[in-house]
Design a protein around this ligand. Sequence first.
Ligand code: TXA
Ligand code: MG
Length: 355
Amino acid sequence: MTGPADAARKTRIVQVDPKAPDRAALRDAADVLAAGGLVAFPTETVYGLGANALDAHAVAGIFRAKGRPADNPLIVHVADPSWVDDLAAEVPEEAKRLMARFWPGALTLVLPKRDVVPDITTGGLDTVAVRMPAHPVARALIAAADVPVAAPSANRSGSPSPTRADHVLTDLEGRIDVIVDGGPCRIGVESTVVDVRSDPATILRPGGIPMEALSEVLGVVMLEEGGGALGAETVARAPGMKYRHYAPRAEVRLVEGDPETRTEKLRAAREALAAEGRHAGFLVTDDAGLSGPDVVSLGSRDDPEGAARRLFAALRDMDDRAYDVILVEAVDPAGLGHAVLDRMRRAAEGRSWEA
Ligand code: TXA
Ligand code: MG
């Protein structure tokens, strides 16, 4: 599918039942993938923008469509764990244990790559990141295409990851061939990226599989500095982590502290911003006690899964309302909250309410 310039593709939308995707409906999308085209599809984490991972020309199309820096490697998605042997030169014991426990699912493993994987797919690295997604649509699509599928999140580089097909359409219409619409994503934040080649294994990006769950299998795990929610400016080994991410047009500021402190800070901030006449939006938990048209809910404070599901869509919706500033209530970094807080910090580009 080398024909039209990338900015002039006709984007088709294919609706499928997320639980029992119709094979015939997916056949067309699978053929487009196998022929070198670009297909966005739902996974349990976020929507991905897929291309044949072994076709350098097809993969180049992903980078162009997203406006993605060439040194930011892609995750290669497989339909079955057995496919990994064709992509990775070696699969360490720890990786096998993680695959047995968490695949299909929101876990990506960084492994030494084989030569069949083009350099463009791995951003020039000698490793390849692999994941077997759990979403029935993703699995059926990749199996039907019968090729490993390189797929970053299906957003324009820098904007929040897409958790619904309409987010993909907003960002990539006219730039990709097909969007498979399988409804909203179940988890809402991207996969956890783990490098098992270090001892202990290192989390390069917190995500849908919490650190606590990884520890149950591996014992100790390290958190890459700068790759985790708590790190500062250290160079991250998941190259993508160094780029501006998830940031809406409005200025985002994070409100942190223990729960009562957050509640107090948010009330004070709302009064101060109103007094200054600033158009402010509030993305907060229901427990913060704010209400009104400028308030969007992250759900309950003890439901990090709910916050994960809502975060990216909420940032996009709030950006459409053209606020001057968006205050985001931080979540506690336990379980899935770790990945949620990491994404919030990136959206805020390090700014706190006080700063
Ligand atoms: O849940 C997800 O992971 C989604 C869905 C579509 O599967 N994909 C996703 O891809 O989030 P992307 O490209 O937006 O993020 C991939 C992350 C980036 O931070 C990238 O730098 C890192 O994984 N990564 C990819 N290959 C790597 C490698 N060989 N070594 C280290 N980090 C790698
Ligand atoms: Mg991404």
